[in-house]
Write a protein that binds this ligand. Structure first.
Ligand code: ZN
Length: 103
């Protein structure tokens, strides 16, 4: 059995540093090979695109905004597991509702 999976970071696509993958009906999306990569991607986005300042391992601050604390690296992002063909992915938490992927 394959244990491959992908992780969605939640970063807007134009800022995501992940690799593209395809779904049944959607435009190619980007994902990451691990939760840690997804975390890094989103952290980078917050700093580079949103102007947050990193003040801790997973804490980010921006003037006029509450401090953002990200999910732990090992659990960050939305995990996708490989489909039967190995080329499609769907959210593990939504198995059965194929094709609809948030993020
Ligand atoms: Zn990303």
């Amino acid at each position: 059995m394959s244990t491959k999976y992908k992780v969605l970071c939640g970063t807007p696509r134009e800022h995501c540093i992940g690799s593209l993958y395809s779904t049944d009906q959607d435009l190619p999306k980007k994902s990451h090979a691990s939760h840690e990569e997804a975390f890094k991607c989103y952290a980078r986005y917050l700093v580079k695109a949103e102007g947050y300042i990193r003040i801790g391992p997973r804490e980010f601050r921006k003037d006029g905004h509450p401090v953002r604390v990200l999910t732990k690296k090992i659990r960050f992002g939305g995990r996708l597991r490989a489909g039967k063909e190995g080329s499609r992915y769907m959210p593990a938490s939504r198995a059965g509702t194929r094709g609809i992927i948030v993020g």
